[in-house]
Ligand binder design. Structure first.
Ligand SMILES: Cc1cc2nc3c(=O)[nH]c(=O)nc-3n(C[C@H](O)[C@H](O)[C@H](O)COP(=O)(O)OP(=O)(O)OC[C@H]3O[C@@H](n4cnc5c(N)ncnc54)[C@H](O)[C@@H]3O)c2cc1C
Length: 365
């Protein structure tokens, strides 16, 4: 790694790589420091791989704005760079009278957020679209899709490198200190001096932020399990229940080969641990049976887990994304990306533009 550098991005997940690519394309000298020996080994490869429409988030929030903007950028990017994806659509279903109000709320928030109108479906219309699903009513989101997140990250890395940027693997950032208007960074035995540091370290981002900004929020972790569903998929689209505290509910997602998986549930944990705990299998099955009564348990197999990078404690309202630049925390050259949970994959290219605007001295958010 160079001793003196323009921009250092900490973390090579989808967001860090998107930020680094954007900065490199603007002519900045950029290095991404990643502690693992591969890119994207954490949240960016342990998620639902859904391109979200922008339905759930409060109007005007960063999540709403960056999801809607990011979705458009992502579809454009995938088409231009041959990244595997499919605009398969999704339905969100209500299985009790009390959930109908929530569905109506989604219709209103989708319109308010610019996510595109949702189509209201009665129970019969739900069955016409997805015969395996039992529901009182549903809404259809045609702009929701799926993406191969590995393909996307490899593409971003290729673009970064062809714009002159570089990736350093096995390079854990262990210390950042202020040095006048610049930042001194220690990573695996190297010391370097950076004009800008973009902290895109996902689950570790709050801990890194607190090296320089002690008032940064604490990190909380909400783990979710995914089960693979073997055999042919009973669904053609993504199927979601109404959202639950901490997550979007145990839903059906499809990979690009058409294989179905269910997840993720919500289990708050104290430390980063991707272990798969199969002991709560019954609760998981029950959640699915609400909308898919014909579930065949013998086809359900433990898959993988992902951990949501939360910045609010269990029970507290969900936090918005935080893109904290010098105007927010007062440390020149530092941008902290905090709480970049779902829809962070969808929003990654829009987050990258927002960070680049801060670095260019023209913040837009
Ligand atoms: C269960 C789950 C489901 C989700 N589903 C969706 C979805 O369907 N659609 C969607 O849009 N979003 C989804 N998300 C959100 C999305 O996955 C994340 O917002 C996105 O992947 C975040 O990317 P990132 O680059 O910020 O973080 P990460 O992918 O976590 O990358 C952070 C990187 O930083 C590295 N790192 C950490 N500490 C250091 C250090 N000290 N030095 C160097 N490197 C370091 C890590 O090794 C890691 O590679 C989901 C998230 C979860 C957990």
């Amino acid at each position: 790694m160079a001793d003196r550098l323009d921009c250092l991005v900490v973390g090579a997940g989808a967001v860090g790589l998107a930020v680094a690519r954007e900065l490199a394309r603007k002519g900045r000298e950029v290095v991404v420091a990643e502690r693992a020996e591969v890119i994207g080994g954490e949240s960016s490869s342990r998620n639902s791989e859904v391109i979200h429409a922008g339905i759930y988030y409060p109007r005007g929030s960063l999540k709403a704005r960056l999801c809607v903007a990011g979705k458009a950028l992502l579809y454009e990017y995938c088409a231009a760079h041959q990244v595997a994806h499919r605009r398969c659509g999704k339905i969100i279903v209500a299985t009790s009278e009390s959930q109908l109000e929530t569905l109506r709320g989604y219709c209103a928030s989708a319109l308010a957020n610019g996510a595109g109108a949702l189509e209201w479906l009665d129970g019969e219309a739900v069955r016409e679209l997805e015969p395996a699903v039992a529901a009182l009513a549903g809404v259809h989101s045609p702009s929701t899709g799926i993406i191969d997140s590995h393909d996307f990250m490899q593409s971003l890395l290729g673009e970064l490198e062809s714009s002159g940027g570089a990736l350093a693997l096995n390079a854990e950032v262990t210390r950042i200190e202020r040095d006048g208007d610049r930042l001194r960074v220690a990573a695996e035995g190297y010391e370097l001096d950076a004009g800008w540091v973009v902290n895109s370290a996902g689950l570790e981002a709050p801990n890194i932020a607190r090296m320089l900004t002690p008032n940064a929020p604490a990190a909380y972790y909400a783990r979710g399990r995914y089960y693979a569903y073997s055999g042919p998929s009973p669904f053609r689209r993504l199927v979601y229940p109404v959202a639950e505290p901490g997550g979007l509910g145990v839903h059906v997602t499809l990979d690009l080969g058409g294989q179905a998986r269910f997840g993720p549930d919500v289990c708050w944990i104290d430390r980063i641990d991707y272990g798969f705990d199969d002991s709560q299998r019954e609760a998981f099955i029950e959640a699915i049976r609400h909308y898919y009564p014909a579930l065949d348990e013998s086809r359900l197999h433990p898959g993988y887990t992902g951990i949501r990078p939360k910045i609010t404690a269990p029970g507290a309202p969900a936090a918005d994304f935080r893109i904290d630049g010098p105007a927010k925390h007062g440390v020149p050259g530092l941008v902290n990306l905090l709480g970049i949970e779902s829809p962070g994959l969808t929003a990654s290219l829009a987050i990258a533009q927002a960070v680049a605007a801060i670095v260019e001295g023209q913040p837009r958010i």
